[in-house]
Design a protein around this ligand. Structure first.
Ligand SMILES: Cc1cc2nc3c(=O)[nH]c(=O)nc-3n(C[C@H](O)[C@H](O)[C@H](O)COP(=O)(O)OP(=O)(O)OC[C@H]3O[C@@H](n4cnc5c(N)ncnc54)[C@H](O)[C@@H]3O)c2cc1C
Length: 661
């Protein structure tokens, strides 16, 4: 299809928010010409997307996250300078670079933000109460529920996926044993009910339980419309370099090929005009760069780069936020059902699992992301006393009066979340925990008007001391949970803090009996050289009643480990905040960029504060809210339900045993 040089609305960036806006608006009015310009490839043509739609996370994660110079499914933002807060490390924050965002990741975990997170935006129209109908309309919720906070006719399918591992049940029982109550369907649900901040639960995923397939924003919102209408134009592999202004009015965009391979390295721009709106949806790390290249940002900074100033907004690119992940890995019994052998490349296991997925995807083990259960938690008064003055100050001002805000998120991965080619044999679980509301802040700014030049990025990870105590506290919690699981067989010591060898808290590796069971005919299994390596005692979780005791030195070891290992949760937000201009804000409550006309930002960069959740649902929500606002601005009415979602090709063999919807 030849693309027009002028449309009504241009949406720059096809992540979840951009897909929602483009798809909803185009479907609302077949006469409205909408162009979606995405820097990455079309996920519809991606073989991984078609063939292995829901291949579980760790293996494909590792494969797709390789920073090997040829991987174009992700954009890697690396801290420009080494950080003293991370003992000289530089963080790497990968962002998706493909339509719909999730196609290169496992099917994401589905959780929602707490009600107070939205209320804290302090913006009319954006309270949790205002947003609940929108949260509902995007869902095709397929889990049992007894409350009225879910929707059933929306384009995004949410379910538990194909299989819940026995390890997840073991985890939930052990969590309950240390005071994190299990929330079944009759009770409050920390992941989705907007209020519960201390409980555990079976985690939902973006998987359609009728087909076992991933449910992603591009398929749900964009391909669905392109299948039935001709007014949605999709440009992929195209990077928006800047917004074209006439005075302060946005009238179009310029884009360049995503990879600068042609034209002797010259930057060759294509210009598309927008009669009505330019919408920037290039994500928390993409949108502020486009704004700055277009003359919207700190006037001082832009002048130094010889960029003409359109609107002086020093807040652009500031207040970068994320959630901070640490992963600790534990050994589990040889009988445990984990995905380690699959991820390790065992051909027989791979054949079995792929076959299962081909024939019965709706109940297959691969119709999952292997992250089946988790918790959100808040500390008790006694625990708070041990968390130091910096965190207590934050607690008093930020958390204390907001009982719906969890401090930490934790979940079990039924496999080692690591590179299996480098791990010893065995079965593993990973405790995946992240800090929900870090106090630390980072920033991103362009270093040149040239769209191919890497930006100046400071993730800011751990630059506020208050962030150490909750991660330390949660590491101890997850360790106590692991020790109380029936399947527990020790710790993968390389993935734990380096405690003093004489400390009672020292990490204990697999016991000899379990090790021998792994390779009964091996020559060396069970022989541990020297005193530095301690095999644990044969384990009996039923006998664990006491928590491990940690000295101050142990706590320091944990903090060093956090500094050495903490990383992104890929939940970037906040660089173009919706808040008053005089407070460093970039947008008003209708997502208009201050000092400009016809220009909005619609993605997670708009968040003025953090959201205590896995952020995909919030990106969809911001997209839906943005679509509402734009439709109102243009006098349109969105059509509900959305266009029918095309299901990915049914795999060969018997299709789903349940009806597809
Ligand atoms: C590896 C990974 C795993 C994740 N797991 C989960 C999970 O389990 N659960 C969950 O809820 N969330 C998860 N997330 C987070 C979630 O995906 C993000 O919060 C969400 O995608 C943010 O949406 P967005 O629309 O704001 O921006 P983005 O998703 O960042 O989308 C921006 C889009 O714009 C494109 N773009 C950037 N610059 C330009 C440009 N100049 N021109 C044109 N296009 C451009 C990008 O290629 C991208 O497609 C994960 C993210 C990643 C990266």
């Amino acid at each position: 299809m030849v693309h027009p040089q002028e449309v009504d609305v241009i949406v720059a960036g096809g992540g979840p928010a951009g897909c929602v806006v483009a798809g909803r608006l185009a479907y609302a009015d077949p006469n409205l010409k909408v162009m979606l310009i995405e820097g990455g490839a079309n996920n519809r043509d991606d073989p991984w997307f078609f063939r292995y739609l829901t291949v579980p996370s760790p293996g494909i994660y590792v494969k797709n996250m390789q920073r090997d110079g040829v991987n174009d499914k992700a954009t890697f933002y690396t801290d420009t300078k080494a950080s003293s807060y991370m003992r000289g490390r530089q963080s790497i924050v990968p962002c998706a670079n493909i339509l719909g965002e999730t196609s290169f990741t496992p099917p994401p975990m589905y959780t929602r933000a707490s009600a107070s997170d939205w209320d804290d935006f302090k913006t009319p129209g954006w309270t949790a109460k205002d947003l609940l109908p929108i949260m509902k309309r995007l869902e095709n919720y397929q889990k049992p529920t007894n409350n009225d906070t879910h929707g059933y006719d929306g384009p995004i399918a949410i379910s538990n996926g194909g299989t819940i591992t026995a390890l997840a049940q073991d985890f939930l029982r052990a969590s309950d044993a240390i005071g994190i109550p299990f929330s079944g369907t009759e009770h409050s649900l920390p992941s989705v009910d907007l209020d519960t901040s201390h409980a555990s639960e079976i985690w939902a995923k973006y998987i359609n339980r009728h087909t076992g397939r991933r449910s992603d924003a591009a398929t749900a919102y964009v391909h669905s419309v392109m299948d039935v209408q001709t007014n949605l134009y999709l440009r992929v592999n195209s990077r928006v370099s800047r917004v074209i202004f006439e005075g302060t009015k946005a009238v179009g965009v310029a884009y360049v090929p995503a990879r600068n391979r042609a034209h002797q390295g010259q930057t060759v721009e294509t210009i598309v005009k927008a009669r009505k709106w330019v919408v920037l949806s290039s994500g928390t790390l993409g949108t502020p760069q486009i704004l700055e290249r277009s003359g919207v940002g700190s006037a001082e900074r832009l002048k130094k780069l010889d960029i003409k100033v359109v609107s002086d907004l020093p807040g652009v690119g500031e207040q970068y936020q994320d959630h901070y992940t640490t992963l600790s890995i534990f050994r589990v019994s040889n009988e445990s059902a984990t995905l380690d052998d699959f991820l390790r490349g065992d051909k027989e296991v791979q054949r079995e699992l792929f076959q299962e997925w081909e024939t019965s995807p709706e109940k297959a083990r691969l119709s999952s992301n292997a992250i089946d259960a988790g918790f959100k938690i808040r500390p008790t008064e006694a625990e708070l006393k041990e968390m130091g003055p910096e965190f207590n100050e934050l607690w008093n001002t930020y958390f204390k009066d907001k009982p719906d805000k969890p401090v930490m998120f934790g979940s079990i991965v039924s496999a080692a979340y690591a590179d299996h080619t480098l791990l010893p044999p065995g079965k593993y679980i990973t405790m995946f925990q992240y800090l929900e509301y870090p106090a630390s802040r980072g920033k991103i700014h362009i270093q040149s008007a040239n769209p191919y030049v890497e930006p100046d990025f400071d993730s800011g990870f751990m630059n506020n001391k208050a962030d150490f105590a909750p991660i330390r506290w949660s590491y101890k919690k997850t360790r106590e949970i692991a020790r109380r699981m029936d399947a527990y067989r020790g710790e993968l010591t390389s993935h734990h803090p380096r405690f003093h060898p004489a400390s009672p808290a020292v990490a204990q590796d697999i016991d000899i009996q379990t090790a021998k069971g792994l390779m009964p005919n091996g020559f060396t299994v069970g022989i541990h050289m020297g005193t530095w390596h301690r095999p644990g005692e044969a384990y009996n979780a039923a006998k664990v009643h006491e928590d491990l005791k940690y000295t101050e030195e142990d706590d320091r070891a944990i903090d060093d480990w956090v500094a050495d290992h903490v990383e992104t949760t890929w939940h970037s937000l906040g660089t173009c905040a919706m808040k008053p201009r005089e407070e460093g804000g970039v947008l008003d409550g209708r997502l208009n960029v201050f000092g400009t006309e016809n220009l909005k930002c619609v993605d997670l960069s708009i968040c003025p504060d953090n959201l205590g959740t896995n952020t995909y649902s919030s990106a969809l929500l911001v997209g839906e809210k943005g679509a509402d606002i734009l439709a109102e601005d243009m006098g349109l009415k969105l059509r509900m339900p959305h266009a029918p979602v095309p299901h990915a090709p049914i795999p060969k063999g018997a299709p789903a045993t349940q009806q597809v919807r």
